[in-house]
Design a protein around this ligand. Structure first.
Ligand code: SAM
Length: 360
């Protein structure tokens, strides 16, 4: 069973035979292989942290999220929410200034970063279905404090911050200051703060996030045990974790390993999570048992050739790789389909959700 997120935000569970609108590649099964190794020494349980906001009854849920929020609770049972606490928000808003980037090598800088930014500004609507996907799994709500890990140039940050409203706060972290440049200024409510830091060394003096979101970044993190331990320390009991990423053994992992690793100007030396390692990671670092969702989002374009141009920029292709080469590889590994309004690249990602136990 896979999910396709439609542009209007409604997610549809689709069995392979019933995929009418957007054909999904059949090659999406998981294999057992993993490139990630379990690290010794992680604490079994993260220590309990005091939630500065305290637990309060559920806040108002925006209409568009109401159905999904119920679904989240059904799956995870105990995602209690905390209300906002203005002094805690003020404290969080001032802590980012001291954060340091400790990552040794930063891939997304210079041309790699400006190409990424150009891809998303030239084709601003291509990822609309991914925003719907984020809302479905993260369920950002008014007044919440959310941490984004590997925020890049803020495509999701701005959308999340919009949902949080003027009383909420989004802390957008990434080791690349090139990527983070300008994100704070883009927020409509003035509620985004950036922290230039790698996921495993997040220096944030605040331990009450209601939820954590990461998309396409965890496979770049070398020490995932340290990162997930840090996430647990920073999250309040009952907080939600939603990680959208490339998982090992998937069609997407094969596309990255066979084409992006060769064509990307910075290479793509990464460690994809396996489901098994992710389960161990959650157990070791204080997160509840994760749930995995296979989601296919249609990246939307007016013309077929736009897909190649977008990918050429997004992955900052080496000079030897044309837009046509990038399109051909995407068509071969993933799926390119004609739609009623243009063309779509079917992008198959794994979304892992978990909850930090209220009593852990
Ligand atoms: C493919 S981009 C995704 C950016 C953004 N989440 C998006 O979906 O557009 C991967 C991001 O992960 C960041 N990244 C690389 N290593 C990281 C690390 N150790 N910790 C956190 N983020 C990292 C990169 O700087 C880059 O911005």
């Amino acid at each position: 069973m896979q999910t396709i997120v439609a542009v209007d935000g409604r997610a549809k569970e689709i069995a392979p035979k019933k995929r009418a609108k957007y054909p999904v590649p059949a090659r999406t099964g998981f294999r057992n292989g993993t490139r990630a190794k379990t690290r010794a020494g992680a604490s079994k349980e993260a220590g309990e942290r005091q939630d500065p906001g305290g637990c309060r009854p559920p806040t108002t849920v925006p209409r568009c999220h109401a159905v999904d929020r119920g679904r989240w609770r059904k799956r995870h049972g105990h995602a209690a929410r905390s209300g906002r606490n203005t002094s805690a928000i003020r404290r969080t808003r001032s802590m980012y200034a001291d954060a340091k980037t400790e990552s040794q090598s930063i891939e997304f800088i210079g041309k790699r970063s400006s190409d990424y930014r150009n891809a998303l500004s030239h084709y601003a609507d291509a990822w609309r279905p991914d925003i719907a996907c984020m809302k479905r799994f993260l369920q950002p709500a008014q007044g919440e404090r959310i941490l984004e890990v590997g925020a890049g140039n803020g495509y999701f940050s701005v959308a999340i911050a919009d949902c949080l409203g003027p009383d909420g706060l989004l802390v957008a972290s990434d080791p690349s200051t090139d990527q983070l440049a300008g994100i704070e200024a883009e927020s409509r409510h003035g509620n985004i703060r950036v922290v230039p830091a790698s996921a495993d060394t997040l220096a944030i003096d605040f331990h009450g996030f209601d939820a954590i979101w990461s998309r396409g970044a965890i496979h770049h993190v070398t020490d995932k045990t340290a990162a997930f331990t840090r996430f647990a320390e920073l999250a309040r009991p009952g907080a939600r974790l939603a990680v959208a990423d490339v998982f090992s053994g998937t069609v997407l992992a094969r596309y990255f390993d066979s084409f992006i690793a060769r064509s990307c100007s910075t290479g793509h030396e990464v460690a994809f999570l396996s489901r098994e390692f992710a389960e161990s990671l959650c157990a070791l670092t204080g997160w509840g048992e994760p749930v995995f969702h296979e989601v296919v989002t249609p990246w939307e374009f007016k013309k077929r050739e736009d897909i190649g141009c977008f990918l050429q920029l997004l992955f900052s292709a080496k000079p030897g790789y044309s837009a046509e080469d990038c399109l051909e590889a995407a068509d071969r590994h993933l799926s390119v389909s004609q739609t009623t309004s243009g063309w779509a690249l079917m992008w198959p990602m794994t979304v892992m959700t978990s909850v930090r136990p209220a009593h852990g």
